[in-house]
Design a protein around this ligand. Structure first.
Ligand code: PEP
Length: 247
């Protein structure tokens, strides 16, 4: 089976106003010859405007979360259908900031993945261990457990990605060593093959956590790394393009 096309996705988190759309346009301009699929996930209120600005470009627009239900009395939440209606084609689910701050469990993430599929969105499902879990030698067990618990069987035959994001590497400037990244990505790959058979080999496994232009090439060329989920370095077009062009 051929390796999946790498995916480089930017997670703007709660950053960006209308003026930031200029950065997205600069990414679209600079990514014209990219060897990777490129996506930007801005705050939900910018999705529609960004989708219009990037229409016809190679850069996709995604959400950062979605409610599991299609509609209802869930003040402040956004349904997967609403993201798709605004122009999103992907959605990040189970980010560690949501798991930690909003108590999202594997089963809730799995329900959100089903919602994304219902709406025709490609889910990017995040998993990752805390520093305490890594120090206790539990990283592989925790992360492969999250993969099993967060990916419903409904994903069979659908486009999706898994993002391995060690919690301790997010926004800290710290990264695992390349052998540590490869060990985890191989374990995730083996779990995907267990769950989805040979189709599990076509799922891009992104690495996320303090990826920047200076470390992108080494990380992106590591075994079983199929792209990156980028936080801080996705906010400036020049930095994000430095990562996109390291593929
Ligand atoms: C993230 O939050 O998904 C992330 C990878 O952040 P950063 O690149 O800033 O570490």
């Amino acid at each position: 089976m051929t390796a999946p096309t790498p995916l480089i996705a930017g997670n703007w988190k709660m950053n960006g106003l209308a003026a930031s759309l200029a950065e997205a346009k600069a990414v679209a301009e600079g990514a014209k010859a990219a060897r990777a699929r490129v996506a930007i996930c801005p705050p939900s209120v910018l999705i529609e405007r960004m989708s219009r600005e990037l229409a016809g470009s190679a850069v996709a627009v995604g959400g950062q979360d979605a409610h599991a239900e299609e509609s209802g009395a869930y003040t402040g939440d956004v349904a997967a259908e609403m993201l798709a209606d605004a122009g999103a084609t992907l959605v990040i689910l189970g980010h560690s900031e949501r798991r930690a701050t909003y108590g999202e469990t594997d089963s809730l993430v799995a329900a959100k993945v089903k919602a994304a599929l219902r709406a025709g969105l490609e889910p990017i499902v995040c998993v990752g261990e805390t520093l305490e879990q890594r120090k206790a030698g539990e990283a592989l067990k925790v992360v492969t457990g999250q993969v099993r618990g967060s990916l419903p069987a409904d994903l069979a035959g659908k486009a999706f990605a898994v993002a391995y994001e060690p919690v301790w590497a997010i926004g800290t400037g710290l990264t695992p060593t390349t052998p540590e990244i490869e060990e985890m990505h191989r374990a995730i790959r083996a779990t995907l093959v267990e769950m989805f058979g040979e189709a599990g080999r076509a799922v891009p496994i992104l690495y996320g956590g303090s990826v920047k232009p200076s470390n992108a090439a080494e990380i992106l060329h590591a075994d079983e790394v199929g792209g990156a989920l980028v936080g801080g370095a996705s906010l400036k077009a020049a930095d994000f393009l430095g990562i996109v062009n390291a593929v």
